[in-house]
Structure formats: structure tokens, C-alpha cells
Design a protein around this ligand. Structure first.
Ligand SMILES: NC(=O)c1ccc[n+]([C@@H]2O[C@H](COP(=O)([O-])OP(=O)(O)OC[C@H]3O[C@@H](n4cnc5c(N)ncnc54)[C@H](OP(=O)(O)O)[C@@H]3O)[C@@H](O)[C@H]2O)c1
Length: 387
């Protein structure tokens, strides 16, 4: 275990590298996200329009109300100025409980609000591209939930609009901003485990609710889309390459038709990645990276607590647990994306990367249908290397 002093030094190091925004407040009791906009503003921040991004929220999704908006309220680079729902009363209720100044009874009204700079899109998966396109056409930057689309081809439609409108568009893969993954990449780059040969992951939960968006085939439901997208993205990021070919077995819920137990193998140029994603299985998450000289384990790879240290375990003959100081990855995501809009940073999970991830998901579905290995078509032109 690292000592407290070492941990403090490590935090400084992360701040210097901007993995944690220098503007972020230290984690405290309000990291749980139960504070309203007004409460947070009263804590002495002095935000002007030129220093922060004015966000509008599309819909009253759970992830928005419980994680992303509270995290934006803690980010000095973000202000949440409006929220919309298909139901005006729902919008008003969410606005008053979170302290958001304006509530709209339609998504169109939110996009017409000239005081909104950027839209957070946490709609069901089949509405990601259509509403992100409409937001971009209204001149708004867009942070869109994962997975970005129903297919790579659909995601490319968004790329065309982004390039035409010049707005920033990113995928809300909050794990990309968590310092634990930057630590893993640093360890691998420093050859701490020798040659990286295998990335292995597991992500599961149990939820069988017919009304859940994840239970609807036409909404892009199922485990592969909902959570399999994480180990795919992380394997690609860690190998720094696209898989050449993939194979998957998808077991579908007999009533809902969405995949509920999906196991995958991906062949990369320098190794393999495997994972299981499941929506009707005991909850568990873990990622392992195996090299020729050791292994790295990420204890809580996808949603580490914002209130406790995250742990990266390295075993190269000697077992070391690296404590990563508590951070709210949703707040880091808001900071990073706001920096990209303000011109002081770059989008942490780019649309090009999102399209490449969708290429893999498409190939996995084709493989499961054909019962064969399938090639992954070359990815769309890639953006600058991820930070
Ligand atoms: N990054 C993460 O950690 C994370 C975690 C969970 C989910 N997500 C992603 O976030 C998105 C939302 O997930 P969620 O579980 O938060 O969803 P949810 O609670 O079901 O919310 C979806 C929202 O979309 C709006 N909506 C518009 N048309 C809809 C329709 N036909 N059916 C249902 N809702 C509709 C609704 O808002 P109004 O009724 O107010 O208009 C609803 O509140 C998904 O893309 C998911 O993959 C990400």
C-alpha cells in the first residue's frame, strides 16, 4: 500500500498532468451529489460565462439526475442552466430538486434556448444520434451517453454533422477520465508487466425489468451495448490498437430478445482480449491486464466510488497495491469536456473513437449470428491520440 505522503505526492502528480482538473474542488461530503446548484454556487465560486460552459440536459434520465448533473454542479467549468423532459412537470420537479434555473416541456424548447452552450444527451440509445444531430444543428456542443449509436454507420451520420457544424461532440465514457486508467496505461508503457498479451474483463448486474430501456431491442438494449462497450473501449485503449477479428456468443432473454449473457474474444495485433458482459447475473466487475512479466488488476474498473480510493494492483513477483485518491469521474468528465469547449483541452472520448468502438460491437453481433470469427472493418479516421 502507498503511504499517505506518497498518496499526496501522487495526487499532485495527477493534478499536474490535468487528470484531475486544477479547478476541481477536493472531494468532500458533497461528492455524493446531493447538493443543489444554488448550494454549490454559494460555496464561493465566481463563474462567468467566459469561464464556464452553460449546460442543458435532455430528459430526466436516472444517470443524469443521480450522477452527471450533480457532478456538473461541482465542476467550476460547468453550469447547468436548463433541463427538458417530454413531461413539463417532470422537468420542473428535476429542476427544482437540483436547483436548475429553467425547465422545458420539450427537447425542442431546450435546443432553442440561446443561453445553452452544450447539451448532455442521456436518452435511450436509439435517440443518441437523432437528438445529438438536432443539438449540433442548433449550434450546441454535445456530450452523448454511451454507446454513441445503434451502429457504426449511424454514428458516422453524426460525424458528418459535427464536421459541418464545427461543434464538439464526445461520448460520455467517464472511465476515460479516471486516474486509475491513466495509471494502468503508465504502468504498461513503462513495461512493468513486460509485453502486454491479454486483457480480460467482466461486467455484470442483475436487472430484469420489462419497462427498462435495456430490455427493449428497438432501443438498443442488451448487455453488449449497455456494458460490453466498456471492456471493448478499454481493451482498444490499452492495446493502443483495433482488434483484427472478433468472436462472440450472445444468449438472449427469451421474452425481451435482448442479449443477457455475452462472452467475447478479440484478437489484437499484439495479443488477445476477452470479456463477459451480463445483465441477468450476479453483480461483479473486474479488469485484468496480463503481460509476460506480471499482471495488473483494476479492482473497480467501471464505477469506482468517488468517496474512497481506487485500487490498482500490480503483481510482478512482488504484489503492490497502488491507491488512487478518491475522485468523481463524472466531475472529471464534465471538466474535460468543458475544457474542450472552452478551447483549453481536447475531447476525452472522441467521436472517431466512438465509431471505432461501434465497429467492434457491430462485428461482435455479426459474429454471434454467423457463429464464426468476424473481421473488424478498419476504423474511421482516428483523432489525436487519447490523453
Ligand atoms: N455513463 C454511465 O455510467 C451510465 C450509466 C447508466 C446509463 N448510462 C447511459 O445513459 C442513458 C440513459 O440511461 P438511464 O438508465 O439513465 O435511462 P432512463 O433512466 O431510463 O432515462 C432515459 C430518459 O430518456 C427520456 N426518454 C425519451 N424517450 C424515451 C423513451 N421512448 N423511453 C424511455 N425514456 C425516454 C426520458 O426522459 P423524459 O421522460 O424526462 O423525457 C428518460 O428519463 C443510456 O444511453 C445508458 O447507456 C450511462
Amino acid at each position: 500500500m502507498t503511504s499517505t505522503a506518497e498518496t499526496g505526492t501522487r495526487l499532485q502528480k495527477y493534478r499536474l498532468k490535468k487528470w484531475i482538473s486544477p479547478t476541481a474542488k477536493p472531494m468532500s461530503k458533497y461528492s455524493s451529489g446531493n447538493y443543489s446548484n444554488q448550494q454549490v454556487r454559494r460555496r464561493g465560486t465566481n463563474v462567468t460565462d467566459r469561464e464556464s460552459v452553460r449546460w442543458g440536459i435532455l430528459g430526466t434520465a436516472n444517470i443524469a439526475l443521480k450522477k452527471v448533473v450533480p457532478a456538473m454542479l461541482r465542476s467550476r467549468l460547468s453550469r447547468v442552466v436548463a433541463i427538458a423532459s417530454r413531461d413539463e412537470a417532470r422537468a420542473q420537479s428535476a429542476a427544482s430538486s437540483l436547483g436548475i434555473p429553467r425547465a422545458y416541456g420539450s427537447y425542442e424548447a431546450l435546443l432553442a434556448d440561446p443561453s445553452v452552450d452544450a447539451i448532455y444527451n442521456p436518452l435511450p440509445n436509439h435517440l443518441h444520434v437523432p437528438w445529438s444531430i438536432r443539438a449540433a444543428q442548433a449550434g450546441k456542443h454535445v456530450l452523448c451517453e454511451k454507446p454513441i449509436a445503434l451502429s457504426a454507420n449511424e454514428a458516422r451520420e453524426l460525424l458528418v454533422v459535427r464536421d459541418r457544424t464545427g461543434v464538439q461532440i464526445g461520448e460520455a465514457f467517464m472511465v476515460r477520465t479516471h486516474p486509475q486508467w491513466h495509471e494502468v496505461r503508465r504502468l504498461i508503457a513503462n513495461r512493468r508487466v513486460g509485453d502486454l498479451r491479454l486483457v480480460s474483463g467482466h461486467f455484470s448486474y442483475y436487472r430484469r425489468d420489462p419497462s427498462d430501456i435495456r430490455s427493449q431491442v428497438e432501443f438498443g438494449g442488451g448487455a453488449l451495448m449497455d456494458i460490453g462497450c466498456y471492456p471493448i473501449m478499454l481493451s482498444r485503449w490499452i492495446f493502443g490498437a483495433e482488434p483484427i477479428e472478433v468472436i462472440a456468443d450472445l444468449e438472449r432473454d427469451p421474452e425481451f430478445g435482448v442479449d443477457r449473457l455475452t462472452s467475447v474474444m478479440m484478437r489484437f495485433p499484439s495479443g488477445q482480449a476477452t470479456f463477459t458482459a451480463a445483465g441477468q447475473l450476479a453483480p461483479y466487475q473486474k479488469m485484468h491486464m496480463f503481460g509476460t512479466a506480471g499482471r495488473i488488476e483494476v479492482d473497480r474498473p467501471f464505477n469506482p466510488s468517488p468517496d474512497f480510493p481506487a485500487h490498482v494492483i500490480v503483481d510482478d513477483g512482488r504484489v503492490e497495491t497502488i491507491d488512487i485518491p478518491p475522485v468523481d469521474q463524472f466531475m472529471l468528465q464534465a471538466d474535460r469536456f468543458s475544457e474542450a469547449i472552452l478551447g483549453t483541452g481536447t475531447v476525452p472520448a472522441t467521436l472517431e473513437d466512438a465509431i471505432a468502438n461501434m465497429e467492434v460491437i457491430d462485428a461482435l453481433v455479426r459474429s454471434a449470428e454467423s457463429r464464426r470469427w468476424g473481421a473488424v472493418p478498419s476504423a474511421a479516421p482516428r483523432a489525436a491520440a487519447p490523453r
